[in-house]
Design a protein around this ligand. Sequence first.
Ligand SMILES: C[S@@+](CC[C@H](N)C(=O)[O-])C[C@H]1O[C@@H](n2cnc3c(N)ncnc32)[C@H](O)[C@@H]1O
Length: 400
Amino acid sequence: MDNEEFAGLLTPAGTEVLAAAEAADVSEGALLATASRLRERYPAGLVAAALTQVRLRERGRAKFGADAARMYFTPDGLEQSTRAPVAAHRARRFAGHAPSRVLELGCGIGADLLYRALAGVSGTGVERDPLTASVARANLAAFGVAGTAEVVTGDATAADPSGHGAVFADPGRRTARGRVFDPRSYEPPLDTVLELAGRVPAACVKVAPGIPHDAVPDGAEAEWISVSGEVKEAALWLGGLAGTVARRATLLDGAGGVATLTPEPGLGEPSVREFGRYLYEPDGAVIRAGLVAEVASAVAGGLADPRIAYVTSDALVPTPFAAAYEVLDVLPFSLKRLRAELRRRDVGALTIKKRGSAVDVDRLRRDLGFARRAPRGAEAMTVVLTRVGAAPFAVLVRPR
Ligand SMILES: C[S@@+](CC[C@H](N)C(=O)[O-])C[C@H]1O[C@@H](n2cnc3c(N)ncnc32)[C@H](O)[C@@H]1O
């Protein structure tokens, strides 16, 4: 799909083809027949662009839910876009800041720009790829916020941030050669983004979740975000947008629920203790943000091994920041013993988790007889593979 074909899709004729394509069967098996049927009534270029959009909208549902049905995408733009719960959360932070125009450096198909505009935050997105910029414009128009935000086609590294209250950037971290880890290879490069961000009172920059804590600029707040238990990204908040903490874990449940954890001053390292009645697996955002001690403190627990982020406690304390399990048994790891124990407990459905263990989970599953045949047992069980010091353990648990 090129820019011209996409523009055709936004005309009245294009809208009609898109509606016809939406109503048709676009599953893999039916696609060819659907395309030739639509081509009997509409130009081939429009049909191809419409079918591409419908298929992308279907894929887009995983990130944007019902909103995807109104959005426009390119394959790369969808891949690189911020999912709706995260974009909406970030937009709320911007909206809570003094109302000021936001300049976005490299806005892609405009997911962040759109959710900010929907939250009432005005601004400009700069995007160098003309087709992607057109798609971002179409997204603003589709949601009736083209008057709140605009998209300029051009090079963001040459943008002038003056007149804006804040800068936002979500630099591309993937090239034709794959994922890039060096921030100088981000597109736009992180140094340039931070330089432009430094010229306005506030900024937010999305970075890889693996960013080391010592790479967070002084005075910035680093926020790690997970959605439904999966870490999705990290962002640096700078200047007036930074909170009063250096690190934050934000857990979104994907349905509007938000839980936030920040460092507890003076808490220190968690205690080290034996496995208790309960095991807590902290959310990935909590671990990345270095807030495991906060979870241990909240559940009156400690760590079985000081380097492994499993918290154990004798108390069952509900927390959004960790999944809780009841400990049924703690076994020194041995395949034979584990197999016998699972058989004795009539286990038919097995979940294996691991942290600090070198065991190959797929192979273990096979060796335990849970891969090939339908398991015979009636019970469900979770086995947590971990270690204490050099000693490997299999902890049998059940979710609470
Ligand atoms: C990760 S995407 C942004 C996604 C966006 N936050 C969203 O949610 O849809 C980064 C975008 O920056 C654009 N880009 C990279 N370097 C640029 C530059 N120097 N000037 C303008 N855009 C640039 C890329 O084309 C890409 O579309």
